[in-house]
Ligand binder design. Sequence first.
Ligand code: M6R
Length: 607
Amino acid sequence: MCGIIGAASSRNVGKLLVQGLHKMEYRGYDSAGIALHQKDNIFNLRTLGKVSLLEDEMIEQRPKSKLGIAHTRWATHGKPSKKNAHPHASGEVNIVHNGIIENYLELKEKLIQAGYTFESETDSEVIAHLLHQHLQSKGDLLAAMHEAIKELDGAFAIAAIHIKDKNRLVVARNKSPLLIGVGLEENFAASDPLALSQLTNEFVFLEDGDIAEITKESYQVFDRKNSPISREVTEIDIAVNAVTKGEYSHFMEKEIYEQPNAVANTIDGKLGDNDVLDNIFGLGSSEVFSKIKRIQFVACGTSLHAGKVGRFWFEQIAQIPCYVDFASEYRYRDPLVEEGTLFVTISQSGETADTLAALRYAQEKDYLSTLSICNVPTSSLARESEHVLFTNAGPEIGVASTKAFTTQLAGLMLLAMSIAKSLNKDQQNRKKLVHELRNLPKVIEETLKLSNEIMNIVPNIADKHNALFLGRGMFFPIVQEGALKLKEISYIHAEAYPAGELKHGPLALVDDQIPVVALSPENTLTEKLVSNLEEVKARGGTLYVFGGENAKIKIERGEYIQMPECSELLAPIIYTIPLQILAYQVACQRGTDLDQPRNLAKSVTVE
Ligand code: M6R
């Protein structure tokens, strides 16, 4: 998965394209490249590493052009290298691609037989050669694109330029996000509106099978059948300060500290005096909820952890059974769909390929309805689900998800309450929860103040190679999330276990070299958890415990950090915060590139 951008303008586009790439580095940042139409050639520049390296080269070379395409890459086929970076060229055509061409080996074979030579190990290069091949018979880039995409299986967002077209950019989309940005005397294409946030606030979202030609004066979209089609223009204002770090050292740090506001925005306008309001998941949603018998959650990574917490809430508050699946596994196990099951996807980006594919699979099954909890209103997931709740967290740029997670949890709590309301269940608890939800931003703020205390334990973790995370009940998914945070940004191997499982194997790992981080809130499982922690102590383990006011465990090796008082049901949201801070501070100490950790990308738009 990668970010692509294109521009046709009456001004120089090089700088605009590079600025756009910077904003899409969350989609991949192992290499970058640009192709610019010039008088009688196409300037092609590719660099290994982040967009800033491409920018340095551009500043040195200062190419001028009014038409161009650019790319930031996350390697799928072929290692990160200059020759695998995009744009790929074939004769007089240059292309950039986001997605995966599943039949590329077969196409590559045919193209080699037709005399084409491949310079890269990528699947994308076949697109350049295919376009070139069809240009020989069609003589026009748009017509060649129509022919080429008929041969492609898989996911793609493509932008192409041709030496004979000094004013025109051609783009195509199938299962990878792509939109047109409508400007004044200039038009653009990009994988994400964020990339164009300083250029326009008018966007046309392309659909699967669409092709478009874009010039500085106009654009035209064609559907699968090659008929001109008009697609709606959507206005989106993206706050520019939402995509800068401001006073913070990293986006992740900023996003951690934005959580009180982000959660307040998620619940804003959704709660009445004593209950959740009707239809907050869209018109008619309360009526649909009254027919629910089961819930199926599907998501990836951090969003999956949110679903796992949600499961406890739904079974407790709405009293309906829930299943939670990895999106990447769900559709491959032929799931049995019970009558009255609501299919729920959870995603920050709304573009995660596995989650989107699961939704599309579910649409073919007998689910009662589909619903998504998503942070990006313009995303494919939000547009394709029947009901949606936007988390309103604002753009999340750091690869490690923080505010997206806590706002997803707030959204899931609203969903559990809404379903309970439609099913006439648990009214007293809902009334209490309304007040606790309103107070939640304040408690998050209190929790953020633990930062200095957490700093004290950082040196004891930052020099280790492994860590264990323990929790029980709804805090098990929270420690899974804590372990994920630590490993993805600090590269320390971290494993999470439900504390009761320790004695079934992982206890063998415990010695004085492995920090054991545990969550011990006050609830019905506290005593049980404490017994599990005693087992760690007895083996000389070092414990870092976050817990309630009345510490039930005496720690000789390690630390007990007292958490602010909070609602029992909302405590998973609060207990997430210290684990985020811990991972962030450990990563800072280890000096990793924590907003863009190695091998990862923010939005995973490939399977
Ligand atoms: O955009 P999504 O929420 O669908 O992304 C799913 C995962 O890729 C994501 O949550 C990932 O696990 C986080 N970046 C981890 O911090």
